[in-house]
Design a protein around this ligand. Structure first.
Ligand SMILES: [Zn+2]
Length: 213
């Protein structure tokens, strides 16, 4: 689905299978965020096909964190497609599930701060808590925030998985709640649109979920 000019979402709707939402930024370079599970890769391929694109046309794949339902197909695009994630989560994945994961090494590692790809400028925020090296991507030009499994519509990411921390997740959410966001694109569930709705969502999370962390 087209979310706004230059942004598409391949939203996951099956309740019986676990895969993440995948997003495509279509600028001078094509950037794909969180391609998801290998056995559910068809979902992304169909989404690309629906807008007349092939996997080989993706320039850069960005991964919010190292869980398999976001990461597994990061290296499954074209021969010239690069992919990146944070070094903290990469090392974490290699340490815990490395031998089972078969994909090429990232072309580069994501660090907190500006990231320009083609004519698209993103800000990378290090937001640990759900995983030790989770990142969120903020796209100021479109006031769009990609949160992976840090924040969802009405909910937050789990903190009981290895490397999770409720205290860190709280700090991370507090950090990104400050941003001027009109479109919140989470790793699972519905997109939240409209500045008011996004603010309300952060407030609900801070009022309700923070007491559980
Ligand atoms: Zn996750």
């Amino acid at each position: 689905m087209k979310i706004l000019e230059g942004l598409y979402g391949f939203i996951w709707q099956s309740a019986s299978e676990n895969n993440c939402n995948c997003f495509l930024i279509e600028g001078a370079k094509k950037i794909l965020i969180d391609p998801g599970h290998r056995h559910l890769f068809q979902h992304v391929l169909r989404g690309l096909e629906g807008i007349g694109m092939t996997p080989e046309q993706i320039d850069v794949v960005l991964v919010t964190h190292g869980h398999p339902d976001h990461l597994e197909t990061a290296g499954s695009f074209g021969p010239s497609t690069q992919w990146a994630m944070s070094r903290i989560d990469y090392d974490f994945v290699m340490k815990y599930i490395g031998p089972q994961v078969e994909f090429p090494k990232p072309a580069f590692f994501l660090q907190e701060g500006g990231l320009t790809i083609g004519n698209t400028s993103l800000q990378v925020f290090l937001t640990p808590g759900h995983s030790p090296g989770s990142v969120c991507f903020y796209w100021p030009e479109k006031k769009t925030l990609f949160t992976g499994d840090v924040v969802f519509n009405q909910s937050i990411g789990r903190t009981d998985l290895p490397g999770g921390s409720g205290k860190q997740l709280k700090e991370s959410i507090t950090k990104i709640a400050e941003l001027d966001v009109e479109v919140l694109c989470p790793g699972h569930g519905d997109i939240v649109t409209g500045r008011k709705a996004v603010k309300k969502n952060f407030k609900m999370i801070q009022d309700f979920w923070f007491t559980h962390l």
